[in-house]
Design a protein around this ligand. Structure first.
Ligand SMILES: CC(C)=CCC/C(C)=C/CC/C(C)=C/CC/C(C)=C/COP(=O)(O)OP(=O)(O)O
Ligand SMILES: O=P(O)(O)OC[C@@H](O)CO
Ligand SMILES: [Mg+2]
Length: 244
């Protein structure tokens, strides 16, 4: 129990991390395999598998498993987003959702599947931040819009529940990523590692999020669109370790 979590916590003592999000809806198994080899070569720290729909999760996760030794962590949109080929799953609750399904419902449906396949659950508090036009996840999950102080209090609640990570999400493909002032306000109060994702489209933005206090940067869209940009962002996060 806790193998992947412990590996990540160990690494975080010395460096910032980069996670690559693969959306099975947008990738064939062959493409996922190629992309997994590329991001491994570029130095990403883990591959997350998930999207707003849950098609092809098994096929894509299996292809990634065969292409890389990196940890594969599921990022499920529901109990249907699970696969026995993954090492771990972010066992997340969308804390500012108004829908019971995203707070506890899908988790209860997923728990027996996670048990049966012996997938490592990594408890995570997932907080979706509105940064402009409502994103897919915002609409689906009917999220409550929060002030900066409220975001901090949600993050603290995640820590007090015993969750291992807090994830501040602007939404996939968001025009604007999570604002730096919200990241630093959260980071000042919590002790558990902070993941930031959504709308991070280049190395400059990635560095800003790290400067603000993010421990882990997650990118999806940019990685699917361009190997070059993926390499630049991952490289920026890696250089950041050296700079520290
Ligand atoms: C732990 C278990 C079994 C379930 C958790 C269920 C929860 C809380 C899900 C959170 C809400 C949700 C719908 C998350 C989806 C993850 C997400 C935002 C993926 C990114 O979406 P993309 O598919 O890249 O975006 P597009 O829709 O724009 O393609
Ligand atoms: O696709 P992007 O904008 O990188 O977002 C990744 C992730 O935060 C979505 O859940
Ligand atoms: Mg998608």
């Amino acid at each position: 129990m806790g193998k992947i979590k412990n590996q990540l916590y160990e690494k975080l003592k010395h460096e910032k991390l980069h996670f690559s999000l693969f959306d099975p809806e947008n990738l064939t198994p062959e493409q996922a395999s190629d992309l997994a080899k590329k991001v491994t070569e570029f130095g990403t720290d883990a591959i997350m598998v998930g999207g707003s729909t849950a098609t092809n999760v098994d096929l894509v996760t299996k292809a990634i498993r065969e292409a890389t030794k990196l940890p594969i962590i599921l990022f499920p949109n529901s109990a249907n987003g699970l696969s026995k080929y993954a090492d771990a799953v972010f066992f997340m609750s969308l804390l500012n959702s108004n829908k019971r399904d995203y707070l506890i419902g899908e988790q209860v449906k997923g728990a027996p599947i996670i048990f049966e396949h012996n997938i490592e659950p990594i408890p995570m508090g997932y907080i979706v931040i509105n940064t402009g036009e409502p994103t897919a996840v915002e609409k689906i999950a009917q999220i409550q819009r929060l002030t900066k102080e409220e975001v901090v209090n949600y993050a603290l609640s995640a820590e007090y529940f015993g969750m291992n990570f807090v994830y501040l999400e602007a939404g996939s493909g968001a025009m604007r990523s999570v604002p730096d002032d919200i990241i630093s306000a959260v980071k000042q109060k919590i002790n558990i590692p902070l993941i930031v994702g959504g709308g991070i489209n280049g190395p400059v933005t990635a560095i800003k999020k790290l400067d603000a206090g993010a421990d882990i940067i997650d990118t999806g869209t940019v990685i699917e669109r361009s190997y070059g940009k993926a390499a630049e962002i991952i490289d920026a996060v890696k250089k950041y370790k050296i700079k520290k």
